[in-house]
Ligand binder design. Structure first.
Ligand SMILES: Cc1cc2nc3c(=O)[nH]c(=O)nc-3n(C[C@H](O)[C@H](O)[C@H](O)COP(=O)(O)OP(=O)(O)OC[C@H]3O[C@@H](n4cnc5c(N)ncnc54)[C@H](O)[C@@H]3O)c2cc1C
Length: 396
């Protein structure tokens, strides 16, 4: 295989626009093929983006629109089921430590900001193109789409998320996503009688639930919860819950929670949380996986989007240096696997720790400040990850 010049990226979620811009820096032109007929900028709830992901955007000239659409996350404050504050992490030193500050942003606004930024930098995005098959036998890889069209490229990167069709086509033997036993919900409400959180995400360990909320600069309350549910909820028809069911789940929990949930006016999605078991390989022939397609993580470490962004610059760097595609893919997988699989495990562990038994709760309430101090050290290794573009190559 020779040095690649043209890439086809399947899926236009969080990873694809970042990857396409990173590839252009090493002379690889990328086209993105997205299944949705048009952008779904109202889909999903919100994300917290960590400094390591934001530094990738900064180096690619994609940070400003993301900053413009979101707002800074000042830290996290933790409360127990009686509403007592048991600890907090202040992000006030992030600018000094990492050169950027964590951001909270609606998923749709993030997708729009990344997409528009990529298009401004010359990336082509085609909607309504659902990958259904691949042919990697000839001099190029050919993608077949549901509308009967085809596209050819020197390499194809599956950024098509946790249910990746690319993964199933290239690795039919690969494990399937694993249910974590948790479901998540979330949304946005106007509730004027909630004390502002001062830029902090307030996280409450309820009796059977975990609840987070933050006041946005416009006064809206952005909230999410996590509940344990042993059986994976039906995916079809899409499950939703209304305000009454949410209030039932959080009965007896501290005051702001019921006030926020009483203000929920529309049913919200009930999202089963899955992650990906370790895959035997991330690439085969001219095809490679990136982001959730390769290593989807549950959201409890707030790192899924940042991992996809880190992947993007590492893959671009590896392809830019390698003599051929296959060596570039191998180098990318070798450099990424340990870090991302560690974070997938950490996120699983964090999720499970949201629901301790009575002894676990007492220990948690007592030792939370210590846990947070120890955790802050581990966060530095995660948040401090950097890779810059120097001269005409990725440094690192
Ligand atoms: C409830 C929840 C909360 C989360 N919160 C956070 C958070 O706070 N911080 C954080 O960093 N991460 C968070 N994450 C994780 C984060 O959302 C993912 O890691 C991230 O979206 C991965 O990006 P991606 O581009 O790999 O996949 P996706 O964003 O899922 O994009 C995949 C794209 O591929 C398209 N596609 C699928 N199949 C095909 C096909 N056959 N042909 C063409 N296109 C196709 C899809 O339509 C989609 O646009 C959260 C995840 C969940 C579920």
């Amino acid at each position: 295989m020779n040095r690649p010049r043209r890439a086809l990226i399947v899926g236009c979620g969080i990873a694809a626009p970042v990857l396409a811009v990173a590839l252009r820096r090493v002379g690889i032109a990328a086209t993105i093929a997205e299944a949705d007929p048009q952008p779904r900028d109202d889909a999903g709830v919100f994300l917290a983006l960590a400094p390591n992901g934001l530094n990738v955007l900064k180096t690619l000239g994609m940070l400003e629109p993301v900053h413009g659409a979101g707002f800074p996350l000042a830290g996290m404050a933790f409360f127990n089921e009686r509403g007592r504050r048991i600890g907090s992490i202040d992000f006030g030193d992030q600018q000094r430590l990492y050169g950027v500050e964590s951001v909270v942003i609606r998923r749709g606004d993030l997708l729009r900001a990344l997409r528009q930024s990529a298009v401004r930098q010359g990336v082509t995005i085609e909607f309504g193109r659902t990958l259904i098959d691949l042919d990697d036998a000839g001099a190029q890889v050919t993608a077949h789409f549901a509308d009967g069209s085809q596209a050819q490229a020197d390499l194809l990167i599956g950024c098509d998320g946790i249910r990746s069709r690319t993964r199933r086509l290239v690795f039919p033997e690969a494990p399937v996503p694993a249910y974590t036993g948790l479901v998540g919900r979330g949304g946005f409400v106007r509730a004027t009688d909630i004390p502002p959180t001062g830029g902090f995400m307030h996280m409450t360990y309820g009796r059977q639930t975990f609840f987070g909320h933050i006041t946005a600069p416009d006064g809206t309350i952005w909230w999410f919860d996590t509940v344990a549910q042993a059986q994976v909820p039906d995916r079809r028809p899409a499950r939703t819950v209304d305000s009454r069911a949410l209030l039932d789940a959080h009965r007896g929990e501290p005051a702001p929670i019921s006030t926020i949930l009483s203000a929920v006016s529309q049913p919200v999605d009930h999202i089963p949380i899955f992650d990906m078991p370790s895959l035997p390989a991330w690439h085969r022939g001219r095809v490679c996986l990136l982001g959730d397609a390769a290593h989807a993580t549950s959201p409890h470490a707030g790192q899924g989007a940042s991992m996809a962004m880190e992947d993007s610059v590492v893959l671009a760097s590896c392809l830019g240096r390698a003599d051929d595609t296959s060596a570039g893919f191998a180098s990318y997988e070798g450099r990424r696997r340990e870090r991302v699989e560690y974070l997938v495990r950490e996120a699983r562990r964090n999720g499970a720790q949201k629901f301790p038994g009575p002894v676990g709760k007492a220990v948690r309430d007592l030792l939370m400040p210590l846990f947070l101090r120890l955790g802050a050290r581990a966060l530095r290794a995660t948040y401090g990850w950097r890779m810059d573009f120097e001269g005409d190559a990725w440094a690192g």
